[in-house]
Every structure is written in structure tokens, then in C-alpha cells.
Design a protein around this ligand. Structure first.
Ligand SMILES: [Zn+2]
Length: 544
């Protein structure tokens, strides 16, 4: 569920026309080199992911040479461009290229883990090295957990927690994740890998924007406002569940997963790709026809998280639009609703990238919008009309929504957790996580367990969870507006992709997210749409 590297910082509010730098020749040339760099970068990453050995008939050595040449040219050109006086539009072009370039040339940019988890316990001065090391723990330790003498991946374990009926086995599976908690947060001592990392990250974010600053910027607001939204959402969940007994952390996922347990038998591992293909085709976004590449089987050394990226960007070449190619990477060893929801999310990213029609400098928009949009199609699998059409049976709407929002609430809780850790990095993370989850999610306190440490982004990209947390609120807004405009989409609607491309996706970063959403919704976004949905499960669930 992740596109953690493509964050471009939308600094100016308005649409930049394609002719903005028509008379700035050197800048246009720089932009072409930048586009070549993005293509070479995507090709090298795709080959390194292990999916293919060649892209467009060229092997890794060729693409690496192109990447290195364009990188060195850009280093000079972007620096020189920044020294000259520029029009506001050109200055935005330069700052967007610079930001994306910095992200991608950062040593931690690659999705393939290339560090050793055991080094996380060593003193380390470079926060990015420590972050890459923690990321490696999610591959080495997280993808090699042991439960009942079998190997299990982290995401497989989280999913099985929804399934297992016996409370003692659930607890045993939950505790089987402790090697990962320990790799990330030791015994929760102040010098644990995570606690050292978050303190260093907070210091670094005094000189550069954090993902939280970037999310606030994308919505043209500030961090207190983001925090206020997260609290509104958590409070809505607390109210919807008022009067229920506190639940143990190993029971949380099971408690809310009635939909998965009823439907998983209809979603075997082998059916994932077909169901995904059918749904997106019915949305007018046939992944096969669009050329999306899927790489979803587990493989050692592969990125330990699911993500979607471009093999090449979409761009104008020889007077014609050459479309982007996207790919989806994941490690699926089982089927089920949970997995299908994630695959739908990643495919949402893939078709998003292909719909972008922006100039290269403004191809990548902010992570907040990217994550929020990917859930517009992925939330459909929790709706009875989707289930009826694609599985031939369905669960009551409240059961599906309860499961969906119980997972969304974990994202919101992590978003709040990171926001507060970065604000006060000497905070005890276990105590903070316990406070948030016991107060809002009704979970029994276990401050002795670092059970929050199951998302790779927490270690590799601190602050990134805000994009899922606030993103959920935007997803609810976009889904509502879409329904009102083109009708239901949960069981397919071929108008969806063309309409969505036209109104949301084609702009890339040419339209700032705050402005885009204001145009799309007719007002700035708020938490109301999601709060209302959450409240509805409280009402609908009575009588279960
Ligand atoms: Zn994502």
C-alpha cells in the first residue's frame, strides 16, 4: 500500500500552463533530461525487482548508464537553474524536479532491501542508513516469522489474525510477531533502533519538510488541523463502539473481520488476479489493456511491502503521447478479502499513473492524493454490491464497513502516533500507542508490547502513515462525490475511469491537491463524509 518515494512538494496553488516555460529553452531541455532520468530510474528498479531482465529490449547495464548520465547532468542543471531568476511558473517547475530528483537519488529510495537487519542495534549517525536497516528487518525478520512450526509472512500473519477462531491460538500468532517488534524497537529502551531513529528523524525535519508537513501543505492547512481531523475520526469510531467490552490486541482484527471470515472461501489465492482484472475492466480501466505488470508471488529478497510504481512515465514523444507503464509488486501467499483489498489499492495506483497527462516536471503529485485515490476503488470490495457481483454472495453492509473502518482506524491511530512521536521524540512509543488504542479503539492496555511495530513505513519513512490516515478522509469524500456524479461504482461502472481521469487524475502536480479537491468537491475537504459512514456502522450493528 505504498508509494513512499514519489513526493513532490506542491508549493504554488495554481494551474501551470504547458506553455509556462516555452521561451526558457535551457529549462525545457533540463525537463527532457529529467524525463529520461525518470524512465531510466523506473527501468533499473523494475529489473532490480526481479520481474524482468530487460526493458524495451535493453538490459540493466544500458539503463544504469542512462540513469547515471542523466543524474549527473541533472545535478548540475538543476543547481544552475536554481541560481537564475525565474518566473513563478518556472520556479515551480524547477522545485518540483529538484524534489523528485532528491527523493530518487536518496540512498534509501530503492524498494529492494539492501541492508542487514542485525545492524539496527549498532550506533549509527546517518538516519537514512538506520531507516534502510529497519526496512531490511521487515524482509529478513518480518517475512520469516514462525507460527506452529511454519514460516509465515507479516502480512499473512495479520490476515490470519482475522481468521483463527481459538483465542489462545490467536494470541500465539500475535506473539509470533514479537521477533519483528524486537528487531524494530528492542526492549523499548530509549536507545532502541526505532527510538534512536525517530529522534534523529525529528531533528532532520527541522531543516526539511516531514511527510506530515507535506500532507498539510498539500491540503493548504497545518499540522494542528490534520491532528484535529484524526481525532474526529477516532472519536467517531469510539462512539460507534460505545458500550462494547475492551478487547485484547490479538483479538482486534478478529473481532471486526466477520466479512472476511464469511467471504474468504470465495477468494482463493488463484482468484485474486482474475477478480481484480474483472473489477477494473468493469470500471473502464482494463489493467491488461493498459499494460499494467503484476508481480505478486512471494520471492526472497523482494520488497517486503506491496507497492506500485512506474516502469516508465507517460510523456510527449515525437508529437505523440506515449503512455506510462505501471507495475504492481506484492508477496501474496494467500487469497481473501484483505489481500484483494490491497491488490485493488495497488492497481488503483497503477491506473492512476497511466491517466496522468502532465508535463514531466509535474508528473508526480503528492503522496497524500496518491494514497487517498488508490482507496477509491479498493473500498468497493467491502460493499455488498461488489461481493454479490464478483463472488455471487455478500455480507450485510455493516459487517463489511466495520471491517474496512477497523483497518482504517489502525492507519489513523498510526498517523496520530507518528505525528506525536515526531513532535516529542523522547516519548515512550509503547505508552503512546497504548494510550491511543485503549482510548479510541477499545483495546486492553499492553505497554509491555511494541505491537505497533508491524508497518515497514514506521521504520523506513517516519511520518508517512499520515497519508493513509488523512487519505481515508479524502477517499470517503471522493467516493461520495463520484457516486453523486456518475452513480454507483462498486459493482463496476465503465464511466468511472474516463470521468475520474478527466476530473482527478490527468493533472499530476499541475493542479495542487488543495485546489483540485476544492474544484472536485465544490468546497475544501472535511472529515464529515467518513465520520457519517463510521457512525452508520454503530446504528446498523445494533441487534448483532
Ligand atoms: Zn498505496
Amino acid at each position: 500500500m505504498n508509494n513512499q518515494r514519489k513526493v513532490s512538494y506542491a508549493a504554488v496553488l495554481f494551474l501551470v500552463t504547458l506553455t509556462a516555460s516555452a521561451d526558457n529553452r535551457p529549462l525545457l531541455e533540463t525537463e527532457q533530461i529529467f524525463a529520461d532520468f525518470l524512465d531510466a530510474y523506473g527501468a533499473v528498479e523494475t529489473i532490480d525487482s526481479g520481474l524482468v531482465a530487460e526493458i524495451e529490449g535493453q538490459n540493466r547495464a544500458v539503463w544504469q548508464r542512462r540513469r547515471d548520465e542523466t543524474r549527473s547532468a541533472l545535478t548540475t542543471r538543476l543547481r544552475d537553474a536554481g541560481l537564475k531568476p525565474l518566473t513563478p511558473a518556472d520556479s515551480r517547475i524547477v522545485s518540483n524536479m529538484q524534489r523528485t530528483f532528491d527523493e530518487l537519488t536518496d540512498p534509501g529510495a530503492s524498494m529492494a532491501p539492501d541492508r542487514k537487519c542485525q545492524d539496527a542495534t549498532r550506533p549509527e549517525k546517518d538516519v537514512e542508513v538506520l531507516q534502510m536497516t529497519l526496512y531490511a528487518c521487515f524482509d529478513e525478520v518480518g517475512n520469516a516469522l514462525k507460527f506452529e512450526d511454519k514460516r509465515i509472512t507479516r502480512s499473512g500473519a495479520l490476515q490470519q489474525l482475522q481468521q483463527i477462531e481459538e483465542p489462545a491460538r490467536r494470541k500465539a500468532l500475535f506473539m509470533a510477531m514479537s521477533p519483528l517488534w524486537q528487531a524494530v524497537n528492542g526492549q523499548n529502551e530509549p536507545t532502541s533502533p526505532y527510538r534512536r531513529m525517530i529522534a534523529m528523524a525529528a531533528t532532520a525535519f527541522r531543516h526539511k519538510p516531514s511527510p506530515i508537513d507535506e500532507a498539510a501543505q498539500a491540503l493548504n492547512t497545518d499540522t494542528p488541523r490534520l491532528e484535529g481531523w484524526l481525532l474526529e475520526l477516532l472519536e467517531a469510531w469510539r462512539l460507534a463502539n460505545q458500550g462494547t467490552k475492551p478487547i485484547e490486541p490479538w483479538d482486534y482484527r478478529h473481532e471486526h473481520a466477520r466479512a472476511s471470515r464469511a467471504l474468504d472461501a470465495s477468494i482463493p489465492r488463484d482468484a485474486l488476479a482474475t477478480l481484480n482484472q474483472r473489477f477494473f475492466t468493469d470500471l473502464g480501466a482494463d489493467p491488461q489493456a493498459l499494460g499494467v505488470l503484476f508481480d505478486i508471488d512471494p520471492r526472497p529478497g523482494k520488497a517486503p511491502i506491496a507497492y506500485s510504481d512506474t516502469v516508465r512515465i507517460g510523456r510527449q514523444l515525437n508529437g505523440k503521447w506515449r503512455p506510462a507503464i505501471s507495475r504492481v509488486s506484492a508477496n501474496y501467499d494467500r487469497g481473501g478479502l484483505y489481500t484483494l483489498n490491497e491488490l485493488t489499492h495497488e492497481t488503483g495506483h497503477a491506473v492512476h499513473y497511466i491517466a496522468i497527462r502532465a508535463r514531466p516536471a509535474l508528473f508526480w503529485t503528492d503522496s497524500l492524493f496518491i494514497e487517498a485515490f488508490a482507496d477509491v476503488p479498493s473500498w468497493s470490495v467491502f460493499e455488498p454490491s461488489w461481493q454479490q457481483k464478483y463472488l455471487g454472495r455478500s455480507v450485510p453492509r455493516a459487517d463489511g464497513l466495520r471491517e474496512l473502518y477497523s483497518l482504517v482506524m489502525l492507519d489513523v491511530a498510526w498517523g496520530l502516533f507518528e505525528l506525536r512521536m515526531l513532535r516529542a521524540p523522547t516519548t515512550d512509543p509503547n505508552v503512546l500507542w497504548t494510550e491511543i488504542t485503549s482510548r479510541y479503539l477499545g483495546v486492553v492496555p499492553h505497554p509491555e508490547l511494541s505491537w505497533w511495530a508491524v508497518r515497514a513505513q514506521l521504520g523506513s519513512n517516519p511520518g508517512y502513515m499520515i497519508n493513509y490516515a488523512v487519505g481515508a478522509m479524502l477517499t470517503a469524500e471522493m467516493r461520495k462525490r463520484t457516486r453523486e456524479s456518475i452513480g454507483a461504482m462498486d459493482a463496476g461502472n465503465t464511466e468511472w475511469y474516463p470521468w475520474t481521469s478527466e476530473h482527478l487524475l490527468k493533472f499530476g502536480a499541475e493542479l495542487d491537491t488543495a485546489e483540485l479537491l476544492k474544484q472536485f468537491l465544490g468546497r475544501p475537504p472535511s472529515a464529515t463524509a467518513l465520520v457519517d459512514e463510521i457512525a452508520s456502522i454503530g446504528r446498523d450493528s445494533k441487534g448483532h
